[in-house]
Design a binder for this molecule. Structure first.
Ligand code: MN
Length: 291
């Protein structure tokens, strides 16, 4: 155990479950892996969905996501490689490039498209859906978009590099995305072989690790070491800190946490509300052109 952590007697989080994503197709025929929002992990409050995509075969991604609506939550797109163009019915348009984030608050309704801005090469990234509390589901849509140059990189002495998209680290690096409703933390961490990454997390948050390049080690609830491999999602137990280790390889992972809403969740395709009646209304509003 890391000396600093043990001295301060933090309650370390451990792994409660390891989840593998399931291959699925969405949009106009995009091949992706659904990790949150599938039978093994329907919800990790406030996170409704996590899709991972990684392909250098254009036929897997070229069809993209033509215009479609959302209501009641936020879609968060983070690219590791490639380019995606987004455009919506509120006049917002832009291209997300490698290392860039788009944090879109759909609120009461948006119709947007998300299309690859490339005809070949690797497209790799994630889409995370973050729920909104009932009283803010019908807010006006909002965007927070930051290119890789606008995302702070915290470099620690052991060579650990932390890109801070949202939240503040224990070393006071503040990410640019602001969302006080769920207080999300979204960190992209690179940890060299043989190193340790320790970070405090609010005890009330739900948290997970998604491994981009493993193995990454941490303990399970029985104190045994679990090795997380590429594309594993580890749901973390409650606690106020997390400690991850890289063994003999350089590693890369996401550490994501958010404040649970503890509200009923009603889903209807691209809409996520609190009740079935609100989902029905979302479909009626969309079909009647009220988005
Ligand atoms: Mn969408």
């Amino acid at each position: 155990m890391n000396k600093l952590i043990s001295k301060q007697s933090f309650n370390l989080r451990s792994v409660s479950r390891v989840i593998k994503g399931v291959p699925t197709t969405d949009g106009a025929g995009v091949e992706l892996t659904r990790v949150i929002g599938q039978p093994a992990l329907p919800l990790l409050d406030p996170f409704l969905l996590l899709d991972a995509f990684r392909s250098d075969k254009p036929e897997d991604y070229i069809a993209g996501f033509p215009p479609h609506p959302h209501r009641g939550f936020e879609t968060v797109t983070y690219l590791l490689a490639g380019r995606m163009r987004h455009k919506d019915n509120a006049g917002h348009e832009g291209v997300i490039e490698a290392g860039g984030i788009q944090w879109m608050t759909a609120g009461k309704g948006i119709v947007h498209s998300e299309m690859p801005e490339q005809e070949n090469g690797l497209l790799e990234g994630f889409q995370l859906w973050v729920n909104l509390p009932a009283e803010h589901k019908m807010d006006q849509p909002q965007y927070q978009e930051y290119s890789t140059a606008k995302i702070p990189l915290e470099t620690r002495e052991e060579g650990v590099e932390v890109r801070v998209i949202t939240g503040v680290t224990s070393r006071n690096t503040q990410g640019p995305v602001f969302q006080p409703l769920t207080e999300p933390i979204y960190l992209d961490v690179r940890m060299p072989a043989g190193q340790l990454f320790t970070e405090q997390l609010p005890a009330t948050h739900n948290a997970f690790v998604y491994v981009i390049q493993g193995p990454v080690s941490l303990n399970n609830e029985d104190g045994q070491t679990i090795q997380l491999m590429r594309d594993d999602l580890a749901v973390l137990t409650n606690g106020d800190a997390v400690e991850l280790r890289a063994e003999n390889k350089d590693t890369h992972f996401l550490l994501i946490a958010g404040k649970p809403l503890n509200e009923p969740v009603a889903r209807g395709g691209p809409f996520v509300m609190n009740t079935k009646a609100e989902i029905d209304k979302a479909f009626r509003d969309y079909e009647s052109g009220n988005f």
